[in-house]
Write a protein that binds this ligand. Sequence first.
Ligand code: C2E
Ligand code: CA
Ligand code: CA
Length: 574
Amino acid sequence: MNILLVDDDLVDREIVKRAISRHISPEKLIEVNTAQEGLDALELDSFDIVLLDYMMPNLNGLEMMKVLRSRPKLGNAAIVMMSASGDEKLALKCLQAGAQDFLPKDEISASKLTRAIFQAQKRFELESKLFESYCRVREMAETDSLTGLSNRYHFERSLNTAVRQNTRGKSSLALLLLDLDHFKNINDTFGHELGDELLQEVVKKIAACLRGEEVFARLGGDEFAIVLSDLGHARDADLVARRIVKALEQPVSVREFKLQTGVSIGIALHPDNADSSKELVRFADIAMYQAKHLGRNQFCFFQDIMQQQFSRTFQIELELKKATKEKDFELHFQPVLAGKDQELTGFEALIRWPSCTHKCTPDEFIPMAEQSLLINEIGNWVLDTALETLARWQQNYHPELTMAVNLSARQLEDENLLDVIKGTLKKHQIEARHLTLEITETALLDDNSNTKKTIDQLDVLGCKLALDDFGTGYSSLSHLVNYPIAIVKLDKSMLPTDPSHARHMAIVRGMSVMSHIVGLKVIAEGVENAFQFSLCKDLSIAEFQGYFFGKPLSGKDIEAVWFGSKQASVKLNH
Ligand code: C2E
Ligand code: CA
Ligand code: CA
């Protein structure tokens, strides 16, 4: 047994040594007379037991014990604290701080000291085991098993500590939030196992861009966070981000594949951008979305302007949720006219949100509704209201009027859509052929298995499918072949505004010729002037829509303008 005796009092040391020698013959017994010497001795040598005087000049016994207990393996020695005072409170304090036993000096006898030493040793053994398993559990709870990085829980704690320690004004702390680009695609295409391997490779690449002392965590999925502390300047964060983006520009080798991902990084600085760690995360997240938005594989520093944009979006989203619940929307209807004689054939239903405090247009709030999944509920309301209106107009004015309703990609992914449409048609006793469903090409690109199924079933049901905004996106002819599309809506940007736009003219002409050959109906949208009108007429385009004939109007206004007594016949001549 190796014993270290730490006591500044020579007489006391002699008493202790004598007591020990009665029953124990230690292999080594070292005595020192200050706490600092004791700590040094413990660094150089290993001891089973430390007999530690409480009252010493400079560092006292309790303080020395605290230093020891913060070392790995709790300093690896049992401690018996000794004090001239037998104060119960002091004894408790010492035990709580990590001593295994406490002996008042006036009670020291050979047998008591021997018992204290052996019991302390036993206790320390047990406590060490407990501490070890605690450390193991903590490590498991704090690391991500796939990558070995810190997990979200540990990241949050570390960030809090880093923010607290980052004294204002002195240096900067940067939070980098990373999100891999196209990871979902790779995961879906190659499977999760390969996706996991890719994550591990990516982590290696990112780690190679770091010094090693930074907090580097996996927050979940393909999201990571890095905390850079003690930055002299924000430029340093810029350098690290640049290095990471560059490292991931090259394809990553996983098994026999070379996979191209990329990373979008958002950076927020403490204290420059935010005071609290919560805000810091939020701002880095906003910057990360901005980086994605700017075209991926790049990084973006948070700027206040983003916060303004973000809070506007946030407010609108809240309002939109409420409006959806209360069905606080209106429908406007834009007339669709036959090309050959400008007879009214039907309408396109377009949603309006008049109570929105930010005066949002559908182009702004529909994408938000798509993101927050409110679109299904909104879409159902549009469908119901549009068909209810159509039923009334068919009865009162003309039984062959049609209604076009816009569907978003998300709605097509929804397995209930077919039943909702069937049910709504039935509710208002509308024939399916009088309902046109307008979808955009991006909905077809989503490659959701339900989308194709739903589109085919809608076709079988008898609804007409229209490809909206044709000419703006991919304009892939394969979509016209692979999907039961009956109508192509030429986007308003495709219509030339005057005859000098030769390319536009040629494309519109080509489209119209091709559509006639394959039996597609073409509708020209956004016909705004007489030139465009006569052009479309010359090209025998089937139907027209646009401000030249009529702007979208409320149902009441449509009735007044289009079904008023003067135009009861519905037959219109421009
Ligand atoms: P869209 O489907 O391409 O609708 C045509 C847009 O062009 C409408 O804008 C319409 O008001 C506008 N427009 C009509 N004639 C002219 C014209 O002669 N000149 C010009 N410059 N514009 C014209 P709006 O109503 O603002 O709707 C914008 C987009 O929002 C729609 O584009 C559609 O994608 C979406 N949207 C509108 N209502 C709904 C809806 O109920 N559900 C879904 N999913 N999307 C909707
Ligand atoms: Ca449309
Ligand atoms: Ca359109």
